[in-house]
Design a binder for this molecule. Structure first.
Ligand code: ADP
Ligand code: K
Ligand code: ZN
Length: 437
């Protein structure tokens, strides 16, 4: 029987209509703040012919113009801040997975909100003041490290602020200090888990019970892999610098979608091309409006992340809307001969191949004006790399699996064990050679 712990019953289990009302009021206040303090957004609203008085409930959100990643870059660094710099107590920045870095500013209020969002996530993963939480996300401008740190402190847990890297030392500390929870990216968790096994440490020699893994897309198959290797509950946590860092949404022990902290953010799913809102369970681009941020509030911010939303009461008791796993980001999506390919789709296929390790790379080239996708698959340690016949069959098998699932032909290249660089943060899974030179 699953046990569900909830940090803030009043907000997380709020009645639907009551929450809508609260969101409507907070939306209006956010729009007023933007209109009065952010000239760039005021101009947008004027162009769209919409005034703060026109926003009288969440259904009015469709009247508001979108905010794009490029707006943040164009107004870098402080142009979209609604608060005076004297009231900004922290700057955090995007890890710069794509393009130029962007920054966000947090007031004391924003740090409090963010901290509680992470506290809710850690509580859902079973975290209490009795826990020892190892934070192996990078500390710095990236929101992962400090975000997890603040949330863990908030619930009264004992924090081990390891940051990322120093893998062997991480593991020694994890074992000696008896860490019960781990926070890091899923790719780093994989690297840690595999190294633990290589060091001859058995999961039962560790005290780990759960992990909150996020900051990059991962799959159900990867969850299974991590849960098996570490004997833990592996939960997904989502966030982005522009909206408030990790904790914007998090999984409960049902492990079926991430609860969005709806008292602090309003989520929409839109068709990325027509910009029309889409119904529940239909994949599209996730759009967020902050409802309580005062430093750099965001209205209808286009995340470029693709997922679905689902409203309803969860078995855990929470009434907050759930988002599915992110299947990819529009800027990470490979269009190969007209077919959309996300690394997570390849990952799902490869995790089902027993000879393949959890490490892979997608390489796209343009040969004779045709896109060519190569999937590089790293083999597990125990595969005999001299058995040519077997390897040939394996290549054919993986090709068929990719073809059947993704409907594209890809070249499959097998790489020796341990040949793909391990990730201590967000994994790089794509090499696109099409637009270089
Ligand atoms: P960036 O990666 O763009 O440099 P951030 O460090 O702010 O910027 O990361 C935010 C992005 O990371 C999100 O927009 C999303 O693409 C990705 N991300 C964060 N958490 C998750 C998650 N749990 N699953 C999938 N993707 C995630
Ligand atoms: K300041
Ligand atoms: Zn739930």
């Amino acid at each position: 029987k699953k046990i569900h712990y909830i940090y803030n019953d009043a907000m997380e289990c709020m009645d639907f209509d009551e929450r809508k009302k609260l969101q409507g009021e907070r939306l209006r206040a956010t729009v007023e703040l933007e209109y009065n303090n952010v000239p760039a957004y005021r101009k947008r609203m004027d162009e769209a012919g919409v005034k703060p008085e026109d926003i009288n409930g969440i259904e009015d959100i469709v009247k508001l113009p979108f905010t794009q990643k490029t707006d943040l870059r164009d107004n870098f660094p402080y142009g979209l801040f609604a608060a005076d710099l004297k009231d900004i107590v922290r700057i955090q920045g995007s890890s710069g997975t794509t393009g130029k870095p962007i920054v966000s500013g947090y007031t004391e209020n924003d740090i409090k909100v963010w901290t509680e969002m992470v506290a809710r996530a850690l509580t859902a993963a079973g975290g209490t003041k009795d826990d020892i939480i190892q934070v192996a996300y990078g500390y710095g401008l990236f929101t992962g490290g400090l975000g997890a740190h603040q949330g863990a402190t908030e619930i009264g847990a004992t924090v081990i602020p390891m940051s990322s890297g120093n893998t062997q030392r991480q593991i020694i500390m994890m074992k000696e200090l008896g860490a019960t929870m781990l926070c890091c990216t899923p790719s780093y968790a994989t690297y840690l888990a595999e190294t633990i096994h290589e060091m001859g440490i058995k999961p039962e020699e560790l005290k780990l019970k759960s992990g909150c893994f996020g900051a990059e897309p991962w799959t159900e198959e990867m969850r299974q892999h991590l849960e098996d290797l570490l004997d833990i509950d592996a939960l997904d946590i989502y966030g982005l610098t522009e909206i408030g860092g990790p904790g914007v949404a998090f999984e409960c022990m049902e492990k079926h979608g991430m609860h969005i902290n709806e008292d602090h953010v309003l989520a929409e799913i839109i068709d990325p091309v027509t910009e029309e809102p889409l119904p529940d369970d239909t994949p599209g681009e996730l759009v967020f409006t902050t409802l309580t941020k005062t430093g750099a509030p965001m209205i209808r911010y286009r995340t470029h992340d693709i997922c679905t939303l689902h409203h309803g009461t969860c078995a855990c008791g929470r009434t907050t809307v759930k988002m599915s796993r992110i299947t990819g980001r529009t800027d990470d999506m490979l269009v190969v001969r007209g077919v959309n390919v996300f690394p997570s789709q390849i990952e799902a296929v490869l995790m089902g191949v027993k000879e393949a390790s959890a490490h892979y790379m997608l390489v796209v080239d343009r040969v004779n004006s045709q896109d060519k996708l190569t999937v590089q698959v790293e083999l597990k340690d125990d595969v005999d790399i001299n058995d040519a016949d077997k390897l040939e069959k394996l290549v054919a098998y993986i090709k068929t699996q990719i073809k059947q699932t993704l409907l594209i032909s890809a070249k499959v290249e097998l790489l020796p064990p341990k040949s793909i660089a391990r990730s201590e943060g967000k994994a790089k899974r794509i090499t696109d050679n099409r637009n270089t030179g």
